[in-house]
Design a protein around this ligand. Structure first.
Ligand code: NI
Ligand code: MN
Length: 225
């Protein structure tokens, strides 16, 4: 399985059976992404919530016949209303797909689409594929139940925001890593806009000081999980 980072909270997972999964594909308006929507396609698009910097270019990339959206019920219905296929889920629920399992967790944030449609609760995403667990927290503040998420799941990779203002900043994100105990923490949702400027190397230093590993992914970089 491969994980590619596009900047902000946008990732691509390529499974061992060559399925392409995009998470929060915000590319064309994302000054950090070396890849734009026209360069991508997806078998699945998983969304953490409806904000424009997460819904992003989903509707440009998605193929009405092929791509399946996976998101919480209200956001899934929004995708369906735009003519796309979606699998409706909700927080606390998991489902087995042909590539692996998706489970949605809580996230403390808001959720509304750019055209002001209420899109349910924001969520975090636990992806279980080929024996590895990846926890994409979505946009969230720090919450103590992350400890429970870490107790119930062996998280191999934790993708979490460090940009502050709209989400956790570095100090809270380090605490989140301590709660979840991932093998590797990967920072996201920083430096896209001036208001979320943060130094990922400062985060890495603090995560390592707390006894955990951190990988700062370059924009466009792909790693094998
Ligand atoms: Ni948001
Ligand atoms: Mn955001």
């Amino acid at each position: 399985m491969k994980l590619r980072y596009f900047g902000h909270s946008a990732f691509q997972v390529t499974t061992d059976n060559s399925k392409i999964i995009l998470i929060d594909p915000y590319l064309d308006g994302n000054p950090l992404s070396p890849v734009k929507s026209k360069d991508l396609n997806a078998d699945y698009i998983i969304l953490s919530h409806g904000h424009g910097d997460h819904l992003g270019d989903s509707f440009k990339i998605a193929d009405r016949a092929k791509t399946l959206f996976i998101c919480v019920n209200e956001l899934a219905n929004y995708c369906i209303s735009k003519g796309f296929k979606a699998h409706n889920m909700h927080i606390g629920g998991g489902h087995n797909f042909d590539f692996g399992r998706v489970k949605f967790t809580i996230a403390h944030h808001g959720s509304m689409t750019p055209d002001q449609t209420y899109s349910g609760e924001p969520a975090g995403i636990i992806l279980s594929i080929s024996g590895k667990n990846v926890y994409h927290t979505g946009d969230t503040g720090l919450f103590y139940d992350m400890k429970l998420i870490g107790e119930l799941n062996t998280i191999n990779y934790m993708l979490l925001p460090i940009g502050d203002n709209f989400t956790m900043g570095i100090t809270d994100a380090v605490k989140a890593v301590e709660f979840v105990h991932p093998d590797i923490a990967i920072p996201m949702h920083y430096n896209t806009f001036p208001v979320i400027k943060a130094d990922p190397l400062e985060f890495k230093t603090k995560v390592e000081k707390a006894g955990f590993k951190c990988k700062v992914m370059d924009y466009g970089e792909e790693i094998t999980l």
